[in-house]
Design a protein around this ligand. Structure first.
Ligand code: AHG
Ligand code: MN
Ligand code: MN
Ligand code: MN
Length: 334
């Protein structure tokens, strides 16, 4: 039986893709993978240790933080601080960005944006949750990195990935040369290549949206939802509805099976709910690299101007032909 290729071996092999890089990005990816294993360990025993429930604090999003939000945030920030490759961390759970001012990081050239725990509402009910990360190279070449280095458009990302803590724990990432998925083998504590060259089918028959907000969706989205529900054998409709409340879990399914995930604007979220810097942009980079499409209904996510750390955006993402159909209806009916 052929030995599985570990994430570390894969990264070294792909090193050749980056002749100019001296291994810093590789070390950064390994730092993130280590934090993911630590978080995975806590999630796997969540019911047995005091890690469930509310932390009793609120983040800048106005969300009550879960203990695991705080724990995961601490682990990823600690891993990035000690790894020496990252000069600034942006996190959903921190109002401002964290400047890493240490001897080991003085030459660090990477900015990392993270959603340390995605799908927090699912933690206490044992439904899949995730972590999302996005990596940029700082633009400035001297002195301290600043907000200018942070507020870069999604097209400037040099790597992005997510961890999905589900029936198995997987790390999926891209450095702009396709998407590869690694499954954690707990018996050796390594992420092993299990899903090489992941691609999103151009078509799918699963639509994913929180229909509880139907009354508040733009008319074009309402029309598209009705389109998904109409009987039509030629286009395999009605589609199936699947929505977990964890973006990472819904996107992982979409990557593998095809489909469309939508979080449009609603009355409660007039700019959309999902955050551009550490949710929409990294996930859009991955889905595009897998051959899918990601827009806000009108513009490509990766080209949106980034003006604030916690800026929100609507997102329609997944199988290209399905996203095109939804955009067509938005253009006709909004
Ligand atoms: P987070 O847990 O990081 O705050 O993100 C939750 C997000 C996303 O994971 C999910 O798709 C969406 O919130 C669900 O929102 P609704 O509960 O409004 O459907
Ligand atoms: Mn949150
Ligand atoms: Mn999230
Ligand atoms: Mn989160």
């Amino acid at each position: 039986m052929k030995a599985a290729k570990t994430l570390g071996q894969f990264i070294i092999e792909k090193q050749a893709d980056f002749p100019f890089a001296k291994g810093e990005l590789s070390r950064l990816l390994r730092d993130i993978a280590i934090a993911a294993k630590i978080v995975n360990r806590e999630i796997n025993k969540a019911g047995l240790v005091d890690i469930l429930g509310e932390a009793g604090t609120t983040n800048i999003q106005g969300e009550g933080q879960k203990k695991l939000d705080v724990y995961a945030n601490e682990q990823f920030i600690a891993a990035l601080q000690s790894g020496g490759e990252c000069c600034i961390v942006v996190s959903e759970e921190n109002d401002e960005y964290i400047y890493i001012d240490s001897e080991i990081s003085k030459n660090a050239k990477y900015i990392v944006a993270i959603d340390p725990l995605d799908g927090s509402s699912n933690i206490d009910v044992n439904v899949g949750v995730g972590t999302i990360f996005s990596i940029y190279r700082r633009k400035s070449t001297e002195g301290k990195a600043t907000m200018v280095d942070v507020l870069q458009r999604g097209v400037e990302q040099i790597a992005a990935g997510y961890v999905v803590y589900g029936s198995s724990t997987m790390l999926v990432y891209t450095t702009g040369k396709g998407v590869n998925g690694f499954t954690l083998d707990p018996s050796i504590g390594e992420f092993c290549l299990s899903h090489p060259d992941m691609t999103v089918p151009k078509d799918g028959n699963i639509y994913s949206i929180n229909e509880g907000y139907y009354a508040h969706f733009p008319d074009g989205i309402k029309k598209y939802i009705k389109y998904c529900q109409v009987e039509d054998d030629a286009t395999h409709r009605p589609y199936t509805s699947r929505y977990t409340g964890s973006m990472v879990a819904d996107i992982h399914r979409t990557l593998i099976k095809g489909g469309i995930f939508m979080y449009p604007i609603t009355a409660q979220a007039p700019n959309g709910k999902l955050r551009l810097v550490y949710e929409c942009n990294p996930i859009a980079f991955i889905v595009e690299q897998a051959g899918g499409k990601a827009t806000n209904g009108y513009e490509r996510i990766l080209e949106l101007e980034v003006k604030e750390l916690h800026q929100r955006s609507a997102i329609i993402i997944g199988s290209t032909n399905m996203v095109n159909k939804a955009e067509e209806m938005l253009a006709c009916f909004s």
